[in-house]
Ligand binder design. Sequence first.
Ligand code: EPZ
Length: 423
Amino acid sequence: MDKIVMKGGAELHGEVVVSGAKNAALPILASALLADGTSTFRNVPDLADVATMLKVLRTMGCDAERLTARKKDVCEVGVNGAITPEAPYDLVKTMRASVLVLGPLVARFGRARVSMPGGCAIGARPIDQHLKGLKALGADIHLTEGYVEARAKQLKGGTVNFDVITVTGTENVLMAAVLAKGRTVMENCAREPEIEELARVLNKMGARIEGAGTSIITVEGVEGLTPVDHAILPDRIEAGTLLVAAAISGGNVLVKHAVPEHLDAVIDKLREAGCTLTAEAGGLRCKAPRTLHSVNITTTEHPGFPTDMQAQLMALMCVSHGTSVISENIFENRFMHVPELHRLGADITVQGHTAVVKGVKTLSGAPVMATDLRASASLILAGLRAEGRTDVSRVYHLDRGYERLERKLRALGADIKRVTAKA
Ligand code: EPZ
């Protein structure tokens, strides 16, 4: 099992390129199911979660693969022969986003059998809103033996009002509505850039979607869709993580391909803390003094401060001057990184969904353990600043959402490497 070994203290300098967005690639790969033929996706990040989605699609009978031979960031998904519309528990339990095949399958093939995702380290994460939306389009839904069984001869347009704002829920229902008969109006939708990107791809396939990126999305159903060739947008959470790496090291880094409009809330907080953020040369530069001020963070849905950046900002607040109050409002159990940051000497008190972080002068390196994807990023960021050696184990969490992060940080001057621990 791999671990990351690092020594803190280096200031990061230089340029780094952001990979394609994980949370756009996953629904977009699933959307290929909606059309006969082969779709080509470019700028697809080389991540464990992407590999799992390709496996889910292959299990159903698609030719889904990464074109390693020719271009490493290109994936092709061929939907040519008979498709078995089923996503098995063994795969769904490893990546809950596999549930994103549900909408496309029931819309395109009239039935789907998809394992319920089950719980997750950061929260219960039910899919009741996904099912509510599909029922509103006329799908017949049953839960048997841990599977969602969905059936519909033909989905019909309707009104979907989400009780809670859900990213993959909006995406799943959107992918179903494009082939439903008539018009669908989706209300209280998530507004993340990844949803706008999915709608962009679906419209390129021949769908008729308006309002993606706002809380009301309107879809005119169409008879059929055609395959697409599309380059996935840059990953705003990876970009945000790299900006925080520059900030925590007191460095000066240009994060290439970062899209400032997708990171407004993160940019605001880094500026409030004392960093200089400038859009330049198709990216975003972060220049930071050695010591920053503490700021308060409240996670909300986009365009508010993203929950996927909470852990990374907490690491920064651990070494900033003052006290920071961090409120996590999206997931009920997303402070698993706190006890590990304590091991590095951080001063954090958690009460319910609020953490109070008192900035300390120095952190000291120690062995720590990743518990989930963004928690692993926060431990690496803290390790960049901690005196001495930090070992981060269970980095399979990191590999789910970051493409060779340690190499990117090393290229910016960090003393960091991956070692494969002997079993
Ligand atoms: C997406 O998860 C992202 N994953 C998550 O990123 C991200 O943290 C999250 O959105 C919020 O921004 C992908 O896009 C693959 P939600 P998702 O449905 O869609 C509740 C990362 O680090 N809810 O928007 O699963 C839910 O429990 C990952 O890259 C219901 O109650 O999140 C949560 O409290 C982690 N019923 C809230 O809504 C439902 O049917 C928001 O969850 C659905 C959700």
